[in-house]
Design a protein around this ligand. Structure first.
Ligand code: NAD
Length: 318
C-alpha cells in the first residue's frame, strides 16, 4: 500500500520519526509540495496525508486511487471534503492534540504583553541597567492580571483550557460560544454576549474556528466598543481579524496591544499591516508546535489510519 505525506516538514522537521507509518506501507514523505506537484506526487497512492497542501475537487477527480486522506491538523479546510465524500474517500483530522500547547502559548503572548520580558532582557544586556541611577527600571507599563477580565470567544476545548489558566491568575472570565454548557460556569467564569465581552474585557482571546460568520469579527466596529486598555490575542485563525482595522486601532491608540500567532495569509507577507503596527506581537504560527504536541498529533494521525484499515473509522470529518 502506497502512502504519501505531502508536507511532512512542519510536523516532523527531524526530531520525530515516521517509523510507525513505515510499518504500515510503502511511505514517501515530502517536506512540502507545491500545487503543481500535488498530482504527480500522489501518483498511485491510496493513502494521502496533508497538513496545509490543498486537495481540491480536481485532485480527487484525477488521483483515482485515493481512498483515505489524513489531515495532519485540526482544521481541515484545505481538503474539499464534499468532493472526497462523493468519491467515498474517507477524510480524518486530529480533533485534539494541542489544547494544552495552544492555551499555554496564549498565556506566553499575554505575559509578554504584560511584562515585555524579552525587551527588558535586551535593554539589560545593552547596559541600560548598569547605567541606571536606580535599582530598577522599566520601559513599558507593567500589568498585573489578577482581578482583570478575560473575554474568551469560542469556549471549546482550547477556550476552556485558557479559562482555567486565567482563573489561576485570579482573572474573571466572560465566555462567548454559540453552544452554552452552563455546567462550565463558576464563580469566576460566566457566559456573556459578544457586546458585553467587547465592552468589558481587559483581554480578548479568540478561540473560535474560522467560519463565514466568524471571519473578520474583530473589525473597526467591534474594536470601537473595546476599552482603550484592551489587549487582543489570536491563536486561532488569522482571518478572524480584519488586520487593517486592528493595525489602525493599534496605531491610533484606540486599543493597547495585540498578539497574534496567525495572520490572514501565511507565511506572513512583509507588507502585512500588523507587522508594523504599534504594540503588536506577531509569532509564526507556533502555538501548536511543542514537540510533545507534535508527537501526539503524529500518533493520532497513525491511529486514525490504523482504525480506517481495520474498518473502524475514527475522527472522520464529514
Ligand atoms: P473546539 O471545536 O473545541 O472549540 C471551538 C468552539 O467554538 C466550540 O465550542 C464551538 O461551539 C464554538 N463556535 C463555533 N462557531 C462559533 C461562533 N460562530 N461563535 C461562537 N462560538 C463558536 O476547538 P478547539 O480545539 O478549542 O480549537 C479552537 C481553534 O483553535 C481551532 O478552530 C483552530 O483554528 C485553532 N488552533 C490553532 C492552533 C495554532 O497553532 N495557533 C492550533 C490548534 C488549533
Amino acid at each position: 500500500m502506497k502512502i504519501v505525506v505531502l508536507d511532512g516538514y512542519t510536523l516532523n522537521p527531524g526530531d520525530l520519526t515516521w517509523k510507525r507509518l513505515e510499518e504500515i506501507g510503502e511511505v514517501t514523505v515530502y517536506d512540502r509540495t507545491s500545487p503543481e506537484e500535488v498530482l504527480s506526487r500522489i501518483g498511485e497512492a491510496e493513502i494521502v496525508f496533508t497538513n496545509k497542501t490543498v486537495l481540491s475537487r480536481e485532485t480527487f477527480k484525477q488521483a483515482k486511487n485515493i481512498k483515505y486522506v489524513g489531515v495532519l491538523a485540526t482544521g481541515y479546510n484545505v481538503v474539499d471534503v464534499e468532493a472526497a465524500k462523493e468519491r467515498n474517500i474517507v477524510v480524518t483530522n486530529i480533533p485534539t492534540y494541542g489544547t494544552n500547547a495552544v492555551s499555554q502559548f496564549t498565556f506566553a503572548l499575554l505575559l509578554e504583553m504584560c511584562h515585555h520580558v524579552w525587551a527588558h532582557n535586551e535593554e539589560v544586556k545593552r547596559g541600560a541597567w548598569t547605567n541606571c541611577p536606580d535599582f530598577c527600571f522599566w520601559n513599558y507599563p507593567l500589568i498585573e492580571l489578577s482581578g482583570k477580565t478575560m473575554g474568551i470567544i469560542g469556549f471549546g476545548r482550547i477556550g476552556q483550557a485558557v479559562a482555567d489558566i486565567a482563573v489561576a491568575f485570579g482573572m474573571k472570565v466572560l465566555a462567548y460560544d454559540t453552544y452554552k454548557n452552563v455546567a462550565l460556569e463558576s464563580h469566576s467564569i460566566k457566559y456573556a454576549e459578544l457586546d458585553d465581552i467587547y465592552r468589558n474585557a481587559d483581554v480578548i482571546s479568540l478561540h473560535v474556528p474560522l467560519f463565514e460568520n466568524t471571519k473578520g469579527m474583530i473589525n473597526r466596529d467591534s474594536i470601537s466598543k473595546m476599552k482603550k486598555s484592551a489587549m487582543i490575542i489570536n491563536t486561532s485563525r488569522g482571518p478572524l481579524i480584519n488586520e487593517q482595522d486592528l493595525a489602525q486601532a493599534l496605531n491610533s491608540g484606540a486599543i493597547a496591544g495585540a498578539a497574534v500567532d496567525v495572520v490572514s495569509t501565511e507565511p506572513a507577507k512583509m507588507d502585512n499591516s500588523l507587522l508594523s503596527a504599534k504594540n503588536c506581537i506577531v509569532t509564526p504560527h507556533i502555538a501548536w508546535a511543542p514537540i510533545e504536541a507534535r508527537e501526539r498529533l503524529m500518533n493520532i494521525a497513525i491511529d486514525n489510519l490504523e482504525a480506517f484499515l481495520t474498518g473502524k473509522v475514527e475522527n472522520q470529518v464529514k
